[in-house]
Ligand binder design. Structure first.
Ligand code: NAP
Length: 252
């Protein structure tokens, strides 16, 4: 997307978790092209390094740190690196997430644990790490990634849905609590978007259903990027609290 002088994005320091693929990677590319400094975390450091190489070769400012969001110290290190290198933390995008659908009776308890750790605790650790910087600055913006599954529950999606409902609950509590500090909070809840997300489903039945849904209706990641840009580019006195969108062809 083309950079816009009036988009309130150039010069901002933006931390993105889960930036090694999908929505996080697409967001990093776009915000970098718009002049933001992007600080990127994920576990696959090789992919992050390649991305940073491309962004900096194009004149962007970008930094990557290997970050497992289930490890609070690693999330803190990522946010501290943003503050040290960029001088501030303007936007914290808690995007890292994991979707592993299955019926509860299949007892995939390790997968439940993983989703709870990444999708809920990872978001909380991101909030914990960035909030003190934003409080001190008296400005900042949290963008937490939920899902249509944060609004709707379907068989096979109970735990993923629960984690994405939790993201919305935490974000709304955060929204109310940070009013004194001039901090904005946005929840983005996408429907099916073409990324690696369904690749992590191990249950064959759920995998078949979800992969068919994505093959039939998923839209490209730039749909998400436009939502991010819309939220950040509002004037500082406008706080876009929630965006829910689906592919036009997606029913549920
Ligand atoms: N695509 C959709 O249809 C859709 C719809 C609704 C909501 N969402 C949400 O959008 C977010 C991004 O997902 P995506 O669609 O872009 O899927 P994706 O391509 O699978 O990306 C997920 C990202 O999360 C990272 N991640 C996973 N576990 C992590 C951990 N423990 N620590 C740090 N990073 C971790 C992955 O990086 P590493 O593996 O390198 O760590 C990857 O960069 C997720 O929160 C997802 O729930 C997606």
């Amino acid at each position: 997307m083309a950079a816009d002088d009036n988009d309130n994005i150039a010069g901002k320091v933006v931390v993105i978790t889960g930036a090694s693929s999908g929505l996080g990677e697409a967001t990093a590319r776009d915000l970098s092209a718009r002049g933001a400094t992007v600080v990127l975390g994920a576990r696959r450091l090789d992919r992050l390094k390649t991305l940073v190489g491309e962004l900096t070769a194009g004149g962007g400012k970008a930094l990557a740190l290997e970050t497992d969001v289930t490890d609070r110290a690693q999330v803190q290190r990522l946010v501290d690196a943003a503050a040290q290198n960029g001088g501030r933390v303007d936007v914290m995008i808690n995007n890292a997430g994991l979707m592993q659908q299955s019926l509860l009776e299949r007892q995939k308890i390790d997968e439940w644990d993983n989703m709870i750790d990444v999708n809920i605790k990872g978001v909380l650790y991101g909030i914990a790490a960035a909030l003190p910087y934003m409080k001190a600055q008296k400005s900042g913006h949290f963008i937490n990634v939920s899902s249509v599954a944060g609004h709707k529950i379907r068989a096979g999606g109970s735990v993923y849905s629960a984690t994405k409902h939790a993201v919305r609950v935490i974000s709304e509590g955060l929204r109310q609590e940070v009013k004194p500090y001039n901090i904005r909070t946005t929840i983005i809840s996408p429907g099916a978007v073409d990324t690696e997300l369904p690749d992590h489903i191990t249950d064959p039945d759920a995998g078949t259903l979800i992969r068919k849904l994505y093959a039939d209706v998923a839209v490209p990641a730039d749909s998400f990027v436009r939502a991010i840009v819309y939220a950040i580019s509002q004037p500082e006195d406008v706080d876009i609290n929630e965006i829910l969108y689906r592919p036009t062809r997606q029913e549920f």
